[in-house]
Design a binder for this molecule. Sequence first.
Ligand SMILES: NC(=O)c1ccc[n+]([C@@H]2O[C@H](COP(=O)([O-])OP(=O)(O)OC[C@H]3O[C@@H](n4cnc5c(N)ncnc54)[C@H](OP(=O)(O)O)[C@@H]3O)[C@@H](O)[C@H]2O)c1
Length: 291
Amino acid sequence: MIHSPIIAGAMKLGKWGSNFSIPEITSFVKEVYDLGITAFDHADIYGDYEEEERFGRAFVKTGIDRKSVQLISKCGIRLLSEKYPSDYIKHYNTSKDHIISSVERSLKNLATEYLDVLLIHRPSPLMNPEEIAEAVTSLKDSGKILDFGVSNFTPSQFEMLHSFTPLCTNQVEASIAHVDPFLDGTFDQALKYKTQPMIWSPLAGGQIFQTDGDDRISKIISVVNDLSLTTGHPTDQLLIAFLTRHPAGLKPILGTTKPERYKSAMQSLEINLTDQEWFEMWSAAIGREVA
Ligand SMILES: NC(=O)c1ccc[n+]([C@@H]2O[C@H](COP(=O)([O-])OP(=O)(O)OC[C@H]3O[C@@H](n4cnc5c(N)ncnc54)[C@H](OP(=O)(O)O)[C@@H]3O)[C@@H](O)[C@H]2O)c1
């Protein structure tokens, strides 16, 4: 279980985003930690397989006790990279050997003895649930991971793998601009198993703030801006409150690397949207009044 109400995304700290130096990552981690954000979301592939190692070096310099934070990482996607010349096509690898060796690499890079949560990054058509379960048992028995979950799984894929090894979460995309998991059974399943979904792109990857967005996004944002005027809550906070109002206990993973935006996100936790305010946003999201 993730304790932090908001998770800090590590994907854009380096070459896939802000190009932070190690001291800048150290400052970022300290600042968000001081705001009460204690979980960090990684993947083996972030920053062309480099981000975990850079984060690990930066984290050591923060002086923060490892046990007071939770580190999430993922494996299974194989990117085209000069670092792995034998990979000639982007693909997935969910074999037992790959899962175990990827976790061992993440531990070395993050300079930690254990991951709090390991996720399979994407469902592979070739995944063998018995092999995955064997890898998970071995990693848990050796203390290398504390918990295991998945990302981007459909409810039926989740159900299938959950019957072989317990899953603690499904990390999925959701926002006011992407409400599929509210409707396709993903969040129903999270309620059933009490697995709090982690939410990626909770602010629609930033597109919600762009004035040149498409018609659908423009209509959504105009409703949220109006609600911001009537309630006095800033737009970004309303977008997060829209997610955290759901009873499944969604955990937004922010992608910004600006601590002031994390501060605002934490303030959103004080917002108690009324049902009607929430349905104003829901109606904008689905493009019509509810039936
Ligand atoms: N499991 C998966 O398959 C998967 C896939 C994608 C991502 N993830 C995880 O999810 C995390 C978040 O993803 P994301 O980056 O798409 O999330 P996001 O928080 O929806 O989007 C971040 C973007 O929104 C912009 N933004 C945030 N607040 C803003 C504001 N108030 N005004 C204007 N722009 C604003 C940011 O710009 P600034 O940087 O300028 O603030 C940034 O470009 C990633 O770091 C990663 O850990 C997981």
